[in-house]
Design a protein around this ligand. Structure first.
Ligand SMILES: Cc1ncc(COP(=O)(O)O)c(C=O)c1O
Length: 478
């Protein structure tokens, strides 16, 4: 910031006068609105190599102030230009995210008010609001009033907190005998959580998913029985409510029955698909999820929130506080009684941003029906994508539409598996480089697969058709 009469005051070099603050704020808001308005015409992906970016960005930190407008221009041109347009209507890769504008403003508010949401003392209003929003989520998922939860950075954090909570609740702490079970379709964050929590590879059973990409109950039963007979302590089953690769949903009712019978903790990783319960079909597909002992959700996925916000709900809410509550002397002033909550007592973070503001603002601004319609539309588009894939002789369907995911590949006439992999990988790279759209790949039963993930509330049938048409008509190479 150049020190001018409207710039920083000489007395406090880190302060700006109100008029300058307003002017700079408007510049940023105008820029964001222009970006969103032009997304469709922009490339869905742009990136650069380290070698290209190093000379542009490598420099020592400046001792002197810089001009904010010039810095803004530079950060947009030289930095943000090279970030994925995850909210682009034809970004169908990985798990797309498309935040609403009230959600984006909610994050700005949280930063501007600088809310510290670790303790009730320092954030009673936002903490009360988080309790309210968590109750909405509990209600949607079929959880009882005594369930409790918290908002976190994302599903990776939620899965970690769930795993530690289950361990504390059932085992009373670390145990070298304890065993965790999940299918090969489970997200890597669960394995990472187990690693962070000190579980060794021989404490994890990764069971091959069945023909529908689900956790097979018979194999699970056998593995648990074998371990119990060998003196191990089976304690945790992790099930998917929307596996990342295929969208598959594990059989929650049967799993809940099994876990109740064996006194095992059932954790539902519903990071990807959990908010589909807002729709009628989603609720039917996710039947039984409310019987899980804990549920991970990711509002920054299918609840259209800006990064970062995940959520963990625990059915027996008291177990969450029992697992994480610690009261050091220097926080004794923050002690709560009655119904008030120090969210720091429920998980990993003491300093927490008010992530709830964006969720509350956007749900209030649009109403839940708008979110339900957006999710329903994405489910329809995914089914339509499958129909088009099945109709095209050039394609082979590898995993049918499940939630917003469909997996397939271009046929390579006369080609073996490596030839299919090379040609399809070239299609992924070619589409992404073209700027038209972006998709990603996965493996379905070991075979290289193109994967579409349709969730964005801006994605139209025309967008899906353009991407599929490109993949169908592009000459094969590789
Ligand atoms: C099923 C599932 N679990 C966990 C995660 C990790 O979520 P996050 O990136 O929010 O930590 C993802 C991310 O895609 C996911 O799909």
């Amino acid at each position: 910031m150049t020190p001018t009469p409207s710039g920083p005051s000489p007395a406090n070099p880190l302060e700006l006068d109100p008029e300058t603050m307003r002017r700079l704020g408007h510049l940023v808001v105008d820029l964001l609105v222009a970006r969103i308005a032009s997304l469709d015409a922009d490339a869905a992906w742009r990136g650069a190599t380290r070698a290209e970016l190093e000379p542009r960005l490598r420099e020592p930190p400046p001792e002197r102030p810089g001009d904010f407008e010039r810095l803004l221009d530079r950060v947009v041109r030289e930095v943000l230009e090279y970030a994925g347009r995850i909210d682009h209507p034809r970004f169908l890769a990985f798990i797309p995210s498309c935040p609403t504008w009230p959600g984006i403003l909610g994050d700005l508010l949280a930063s501007g008010f600088n809310v510290f949401q670790g303790t009730w003392l320092e954030s009673s209003g936002p903490s009360q609001l988080e309790l309210v929003v968590l109750d909405w989520f509990k209600d949607w998922l079929g959880y009882p009033p005594e369930a409790a939860g918290l908002l976190v950075s994302g599903a990776s954090a939620a899965n970690l907190i769930a795993l530690v909570c289950a361990r504390e609740a059932l085992l009373g702490g670390p145990s070298a005998d304890a065993v965790i079970y999940y299918s090969t379709e489970t997200h890597s964050s669960v394995e990472r959580a187990a690693r962070i929590a000190g579980f060794t590879p021989d404490q994890i059973r990764t069971l091959p998913a069945d023909g529908s990409f689900r956790l097979p109950l018979d194999a699970l039963r056998r593995a648990v029985d074998d371990d119990a007979r060998a003196g191990r302590r089976p304690f945790l089953i992790v099930a998917n409510a929307g596996a990342t690769s295929t969208g598959a949903i594990d059989p929650f009712t049967a799993l809940a029955d099994f876990c109740a019978e064996r006194r095992l903790w059932l954790h539902a990783d519903a990071a990807y698909g959990g908010f589909a319960v807002l729709t009628e079909r989603g609720r039917a597909w996710l039947d039984g999820i409310g019987r899980a002992d804990s549920i991970t959700l990711d509002p920054h996925k299918w609840l259209y929130q800006p990064y970062e916000v995940g959520c963990l709900l625990v059915r027996g809410g008291a177990r969450l506080r029992d697992a994480f509550h610690i009261m050091p002397d220097y926080l004794q002033d923050t002690a709560v009684g009655g119904g008030e909550v120090n969210f720091a007592d429920r998980g990993l973070q003491l300093t927490r941003a008010a992530r709830v503001l964006k969720i509350w603002l956007s749900l209030q601004a649009f109403g839940v029906a708008a979110f339900r319609r957006a999710i329903d539309r994405a489910l329809d588009l995914t089914l339509e994508a499958q129909r088009r894939i099945e109709r095209a002789a050039a394609f082979e369907l590898l995993a049918p539409a499940a939630l917003g995911v469909v997996c397939f590949r271009r046929r390579v006439p006369g080609g073996d598996e490596p030839a299919h992999e090379r040609a399809n990988a070239a299609l992924v790279q070619g589409l992404n480089r073209s700027g038209l759209g972006m998709i990603s790949s996965t493996r379905v039963r070991g075979r290289y697969a193109l994967r579409l993930c349709i969730m964005n509330h801006r994605t139209t049938l025309g967008d899906v058709e353009r991407v599929i048409h490109w993949l169908e008509s592009e000459p094969l190479s590789g």
